[in-house]
Design a protein around this ligand. Structure first.
Ligand code: SER
Length: 602
């Protein structure tokens, strides 16, 4: 398909933009690393990967990355904070983040110059349309004069440089320095905005500026200078200074197209035209546009989640997937199409099956909801919110129903209920962050090692068909999913547990070394099938330190108990685990079993 810019010339596709970005940074010494799954493998502090830097936190903190100090990739990301904003020209929950990193290597000068070069030379964006924002200083951190001088040198005049405080130009996963939890990292950033030249809407303030919400400006990239870590006593300088750059592919594509609507880019065009066809409504119609955007974004996010193994459920990841699908379905309904049509937007078989089944069930619940609505004599904000909560009815739809009866809904009351609920869910997700970056705590180390012991014990007791299907570790317990056709008997559970404890008692050293992925697999290391690995990987072995001289010969003589491709962290010796206990065995889907285990005193 040839895309046309507003001027009518053919323009780059999103795929081409991604490729250019990766190549550009590869040419400047960066290694292209694979993206991580959307659901973080071993990070109990967060539900989804929402930024490319997330899986790299240990390396930004100083751990050696096997691919070196300069990395580049493209990371699917999900951000739910903005879910209520989806429907305008620029907000999406799901997006692809192009990222480049310096892990204690280059800093501001190279980063800003390279990104500027990429935008103006590679993407051909007119330089007079680029605005930059900088950190004005605060919380004991100085104004970023250094970056300002670099931008000016590159040709960005003073009147296109804007200064903001911690709310806009400080980045950490938890926001401002005040909100950062102990262990969180962050720093001042410099964002680049594209000016689409649309007229300022004074509804959003007297003067327009890059962070104004009127829609004239779109943020297309953010260079974060990670220099600080939050500690008990405040911000502390990190021993190494790192760069974390992230730019939304969809937004860069919108800038290249010269159209401030991110939903007008190639990645959405098929979905939008299908929805237009089925509903008989036009995307250009302001009455239908927000609904179509919600459907397209939420369906795209849902496809990505299903691809990463998430299934609709009533809690955590599965709940989010369910919520996204229901919101898309209600909008489809509002456009006058059957809700099941959402599944027809999906072009991948497995995702289509999962989404289709979920929507079939939801269609029934929607019918029941409609009947409830029929019974309500007098609507108010609280009832409207209950309908929203229980059946996913958005306020506009309820309003439309009741308008015929001449009844109005008190928006303030609805919002009050809404806010109450939002505060509650924020507290819940805040709770996840409060655990801090638990990846390196002694408890999680033990459970990582216990997971390897469990994996191998299952294979020894049940057979080689056992393969890891998923793993999740919190500081309290491990959860391990694996392929096995039927429930384990009590005897089998006991045998597995006994074997793990035997290996703990033997006090086996846990060692690691680097290898190429292919070589590791060739010599029998286990790897998690659903995970993508880079070329160079870490292989963890649990084996007696004496005996045959090379790992290979020990492996063939059966002395290496476990060998897995894994990022760690692990304990040094299995005896540190003390004792493990399997607390639960259950089904995790067709042909998949799930085991929970804890470190116990015995
Ligand atoms: N971490 C920054 C962001 O998410 C830049 O990658 O915006």
């Amino acid at each position: 398909m040839t895309l046309l810019s507003q001027k009518g010339d053919s323009i780059m596709t999103s795929d081409e933009i991604r490729e250019k970005f990766i190549k550009f940074f590869e040419k400047r010494g960066h290694k292209h690393i694979p993206s991580s799954p959307l659901v973080p493998e071993n990070d109990p502090t967060t539900l989804f990967v929402s930024a490319g830097m997330q899986p790299l936190v240990p390396y930004i903190l100083g751990k050696d990355h096997p691919e070196g100090k300069r990395l580049v990739n493209s990371q699917p990301s999900l951000r739910l904070e903005d879910i209520e904003e989806v429907g305008d020209n620029r907000h999406t929950t799901f997006f692809e983040m192009l990222g480049n990193w310096s892990l204690g290597d280059y800093f501001k000068e190279e980063q800003l110059s390279w990104f500027y070069e990429f935008l103006t030379k590679e993407l051909g964006l007119p330089k007079e349309k680029l605005y930059v924002t900088l950190f004005e200083g605060g919380d004991g951190v100085a104004k970023d004069e250094e970056s300002a001088a670099i931008w000016k040198n590159l040709g960005i005049p003073e009147d296109r440089i804007f200064w903001y405080g911690v709310d806009n130009n400080w980045w950490s996963r938890s926001g401002t320095p005040d909100n950062m939890v102990e262990g969180d990292i962050g720093g001042p950033d410099s964002e680049v905005f594209y000016d689409f030249g649309t007229k300022h809407d004074p509804k959003y303030g007297k003067e327009c500026h890059p962070n104004c919400d009127c829609g004239r400006f779109l943020e297309i990239g953010n260079s974060v200078f990670i220099e600080y870590k939050k500690t008990k006593s405040g911000l502390e300088e990190l021993p190494q200074k790192s760069v974390d750059f992230g730019g939304g592919l969809e937004r860069l594509a919108a800038a290249v197209k010269g159209d401030s609507d991110v939903f007008a880019i190639d990645l959405f065009s098929k979905m939008i035209s299908d929805i237009e066809e089925w509903s008989g409504k036009k995307y250009s119609d302001p009455a239908s546009q927000p609904a179509m955007r919600v459907i397209a974004d939420h369906t795209r996010a849902s496809i990505a989640l299903v691809k990463d193994g998430v299934l609709p459920a009533n809690k955590l990841h599965g709940y989010i997937l369910r919520r996204l699908l229901r919101r898309a379905a209600v909008k489809m309904h509002a456009l006058g199409s059957p809700v099941s049509k959402v599944a027809d937007l999906v072009d991948e078989k497995k995702a289509q099956d999962v989404i289709g089944e979920e929507l079939e069930r939801f269609a029934k619940s929607l019918d029941r909801g409609m009947k409830e609505v029929g019974k309500i004599k007098k609507i108010d904000g609280k009832i409207a919110f209950d309908l929203y909560q229980s059946y996913g009815f958005p306020l506009e739809i309820t309003e439309e129903l009741f308008e015929e009866k001449g009844q109005k809904i008190d928006h303030k009351q609805f919002e009050k209920e809404f806010k109450k609920h939002q505060d509650l869910s924020r507290t819940a997700s805040g709770g996840m962050f409060k655990g801090g970056l638990a990846e390196d705590s002694p408890a999680t180390r033990k459970l990582h090692t216990a997971t390897h012991l469990l994996h191998q014990s299952l294979r020894t007791i049940l057979g080689k068909h056992v393969e890891q299907k998923g793993s999740n570790i919190t500081s309290e317990r491990l959860r391990f999913d694996f392929s096995h056709p039927k429930a384990l008997g009590q005897e089998e559970v006991k045998k597995v547990e006994d074997l793990m404890n035997e290996k703990i008692k033997e006090g086996l050293p846990v060692t690691s070394r680097e290898s190429t992925y292919d070589a590791a697999i060739k010599e029998g290391a286990l790897a998690f099938f659903g995970e993508k690995y880079g070329d160079r990987v870490k292989v963890y072995s649990i084996s007696p330190s004496t005996g045959a001289s090379t790992e290979l010969s020990r492996m063939s003589s059966g002395q290496v108990f476990s060998k897995e491709v894994c990022g760690g962290p692990h304990v040094d010796n299995t005896k540190e685990l003390g004792h493990v206990k399997i607390t639960k065995e259950e089904s995790a889907g067709a042909g998949v079993r799930r085991i929970y285990a804890v470190i116990s005193d015995k």
